[in-house]
Design a protein around this ligand. Structure first.
Ligand code: LLP
Length: 434
């Protein structure tokens, strides 16, 4: 068995034809049917990850809400699964809110985030009566107070606190440090709490922080928790603030390559809930609800990108294999130096004798998908499967070089259904007028 299967969806296997199969569906046949680039999501893995988060956190800290961060990937079919599995949803724009509502996701389980929400977005959130609005800054607070007063709304809100903690991740993925565009610095947060507590329509029920993404350690979460809980206690003394809900964000790292393991969900669950319970035990106060917002860790491993190999060139001792996708559907390697594995879907049981660099088809030198990796001897027409593509690939996809954004398929129980058709040439000019 190829050891790379470990980073593919849980249902991945090598079928009797020697092909990669996911959800009981042969990936070579799937690529032939729908074309490539193709993004494949495994329903079993999606559900397993939702359940794992719920199980690991709720078994240790009963009052936990798992709120999926839709920015990692959002689609109506996923929203239905999330609702089924009892997760909430974090959205950051009118667009994400629309996708969720359109799929029938209950607005009361939606958490509305964003560091620069527009008046229209706040109005939409109020009209839909979303569960929580996570207020990022003082301007937003003022705008929300006005809109709530004018419209007669009584939204439940959190403040996003900038805890000033370094999450030790890629610089672009750090969000909770002292110098960040997200949230209210602790030094100004008292002003925000005082104002919200004095406002009749707003119900300040909790505090939120998010330290960053692809976090591989628990200590930064604990440090941020300590700061925010310390601040909360001070607000209780001064203003009678009641911390009913503590939202500690997402960021749980996932394994992309065989040589970069990440802690299990249970590792984080044990340490984070233990810390919170211990804190409250010493205070002898009621525990707040704990809210976690995993995005990547729910969807990353469930998604696989399929490409077709085209041009193969040997240059300067390197074998370059160009595929029919690249940075337009996955900008993560050039943006974050992200690394991936690759498996030849039709030669899944063949020794990986070739060292290759997989590049995209876009007019950009940096359009390198995977540098110096191993794959079974490759010829034009082979289907290459890249695992752990479920998070932050499609949502950041572009039409660079007038690329058509890929089709998306959901697989499970031996069948596949198209959940998003491939863009067409007509789609490219659909919004234009000459
Ligand atoms: N909550 C908040 C407030 C966030 O800002 C984020 C991610 C999450 C939750 C979910 O974080 P996750 O569990 O997915 O790490 N485009 C980057 C990732 C950016 C993450 C932004 N915020 C990437 O491709 O790695």
């Amino acid at each position: 068995m190829n050891s790379k299967l470990a980073v593919f969806p849980t249902s991945a296997e090598i079928n009797p034809q020697g092909h990669l199969a996911i959800g009981g569906v042969d990936m070579v046949e799937l690529a032939a049917h729908f074309g490539t680039p193709l993004y494949v999501f495994d329903e079993a893995t999606l559900r397993a990850r939702c359940r794992e988060f719920k199980r690991e956190f709720v078994s240790r800290y009963g009052n936990t809400a798992v709120v999926y961060a839709g920015k990692a990937f959002l689609h109506g079919a996923l929203a239905v699964i999330l609702r089924d599995e009892g997760l909430g949803l974090d959205v950051v724009s009118a667009g994400e809110l629309h996708i969720a509502i359109n799929a029938g996701f209950p607005p009361g389980d939606i958490y509305f985030h964003g560091n620069n929400k527009s008046r229209d977005e706040l109005t939409l959130a109020l009209r839909h009566n979303v569960g929580r609005i996570v207020v990022d800054n003082m301007n937003e607070l003022d705008m929300l107070i006005r809109l709530a007063e004018e419209g007669g709304y009584t939204p439940k809100i959190f403040f996003r606190i900038m805890p000033g903690v370094d999450a030790h991740t890629h610089g672009h993925l750090t969000t909770g440090a002292a110098d960040s565009k997200f949230g209210i610095p602790l030094s100004r947060a008292e002003e925000a709490v005082a104002k919200a507590m004095a406002s009749a329509p707003l119900k300040l029920v909790g505090l939120h922080f998010h330290i960053g993404s692809m976090v591989g350690e628990h200590q930064p979460y604990l440090a941020a928790m300590d700061r925010v809980l310390g601040f909360s206690a001070e607000m209780t003394r001064k203003y009678g603030f009641d911390l009913q809900e503590l939202d500690i964000g997402g960021g749980f790292g996932v394994q992309y390559t065989l040589d970069s393991p990440m802690p299990e969900v249970s590792f984080f669950a044990e340490r984070l809930t233990g810390h919170l319970s211990a804190h409250y035990k010493s205070l002898n106060q009621p525990l707040p609800q704990l809210i976690i917002e995993p995005g990547r860790a729910v969807v990353a491993q469930a998604g696989v990108a399929l490409y077709t190999a085209g041009t193969i060139k040997e240059v300067g001792g390197r074998l370059y294999v160009a595929v029919d996708g690249g940075m337009a559907d996955n900008i993560r390697p050039p943006l974050y130096d992200a690394r991936y594995e690759v498996l030849s879907a039709g030669k899944a049981d063949v020794a990986e004798a070739d060292e290759v660099t997989v590049v995209g088809r876009y007019c950009e030198t940096g359009d390198i998908l995977i540098k110096d990796t191993r794959v079974a001897p490759v010829v034009a027409g082979d289907i290459l499967a890249v695992p752990v593509c479920g998070a932050y690939c499609l949502p950041m996809a572009s039409n660079y070089n007038a690329a058509l954004r890929p089709a998306v398929v959901m697989v499970g129980d031996g069948s596949a259904r198209l959940i998003r058709r491939r863009e067409s040439l007509e789609d490219l000019t659909h919004c234009d007028s000459i």
